[in-house]
Structure formats: structure tokens, C-alpha cells
Design a protein. Sequence first.
Length: 314
Amino acid sequence: MTVRPAAQRILVLRALGLGDLLTGVPALRALRRGAPGARIALAAPAPLGFLARATGAVDDVLPSEGLAPLPPAGPVDVAVNLHGRGPQSHQLLTGTRPGRLLAFACAGAGHAAGPDWDPGEHEVARWCRFVSAYGFDADPADLDLDPPAVPSPAPGAAVVHPGAAFPARRWPADRFAAVAAALRDGGERVVVTGGPAETAIARRVAELAGLDERADLSGRTRLPELAALIAGARLVVCGDTGVAHLATAFRTPSVLLFGPTPPGRWGPPDRAEHRVLWAGRHGDPHGREPHPGLLEISAGQAVEAAGRVLTRNR
């Protein structure tokens, strides 16, 4: 009787947010192509499991948040640090006793073998370069996802998403409302989205825009429904946040408002579907007030950009 060798087990750490997962898709797919028989587990927040599996690159999701201790992963042949440059993330993975660690060079973690970190690199390009350095050929354009099988709560709508993880990246609610009202007056069905912690700002945008209360979908869409909404939307207007990366993944026309972080580091690829507004000013993306560069973008500019994107993609 022939005994087949066990499949190689690869553990990937990227226990970050929605945008982080989506910018890491080309690197994840490179791992899959380079190790077709392996079983790949991704340590990431549990709510992202739906999209992680949709990439076609992940077999298992180990629920994990940030730099919290990892759940038991079983034997690990190769551990891949797509989370950061260490040392904490390196040490989390070495704690799984992998046969091999793939990571950026980090003296603090005693890991000198990996490529060097480039702080000015685009997030997608960074992780493609990283896995390519270990022999996994990556394509930075490999960002697309198939639309989810679940129905959209508002097919064909123009989606306005005013939230962002930090105040520095949140454009004022009254400006989002002005854009929403202009889109509505132009004949678009407009809905406002947001997570459970963003219901107040979403409600304010809807009220200022004079939208029907049913247009406020904040706190009412789980990730599969939100993904379906973005995949089937005519337009997305939002800041530098995870929803922007969903628009990229589904090639949904979008107007994206960047403030402290340059789009050259986190923006969409150069495609006709996406229009980025940025005043060219850098700052702290974790700041407690809207960044001055973000405030230089007027509602009129966003309305004009939305009109051009809709016309181009009609």
C-alpha cells in the first residue's frame, strides 16, 4: 500500500481590517498558485472569513484580532507574516513552531533572512514584492472578487459611506449629505451605509440629505450583504476605508476621498472606474480631527467627480 504524504500546512497571519485583507489578496493568491497542494489557513478576524474564502486562496480561517495570541493551529510547515514587519507579529508566528518562517527582515525578532521593509510602498505592491522574494510570483492587479451569491439590499443604488476608522479620515457629514442630495436630485437611488458604530453619522447624513429613513442601511448589513450591495451598486462615494477596497474588488465605479494618507500607498489601481480626490497633503491617519487636506476637498468637487464617473461607466 502506498502512503501519500500529508499536505503541506501554511499559516498566514493578517489579523487586520477589511481593507488590509483585500489589499493582501494578490499575495494570498500567489501563495496558492505556488503551493497548489497545500492547505492554507489565514489568521484574521472572524467576520472576514466570508471574503477570505471568496478569494479562492484560503482553506481555513483562524479567528484572530491584531496581535492577540493565536488560536491553536496544529502543525505548521510554513508560517507567513502578511501582518507587518515585527517583532511582535514575527514572534506570534514563531510561537507556532513552524518549519519555516517567511517574514520581512527584523533584527528585533532575530530574523535577518527576509526582504527589507519599504515604508513608502503601496500596500498591494509591498506584499506582492514580499512573497515574490520567497519565490511566489504575484500579480498586483489580481484584486478582483466575484460578486457574492447573496442578494443586494439595494440593487443599482448609489452608495454613500461616511464612516472611517479614525476621525482624520472622516469627511464632514454635511458634505457627504450634499453629495447624497445631488445624486438623489440627479435621479439616483441613494443609500447610506455604516457599521454598528457608525449609525449616528449615517443617520445624520441621511437626514441632512432629506433621504427617506429606509435609505439608511447603517448597522443593518452584515459583511456578505454589504459586499453584495457594493458589487451591485452604480456608484460608491466614501473615504479611505474598507468599503473603498470592496469597490476595487468588484470594479464598482467609485469616488474616493483621501486625506492624511496618499493614495499612492492605499489607493485603487489606475482604472477608469475609480476617481480619487486628494489635496496632496500628508498627515497622521490616526488623528482625532479631520485632516486639513481632507477638508480642502469640497462637496462640489465630489459631486462633479461622481457625475464624471457615472457618465464614463454608464
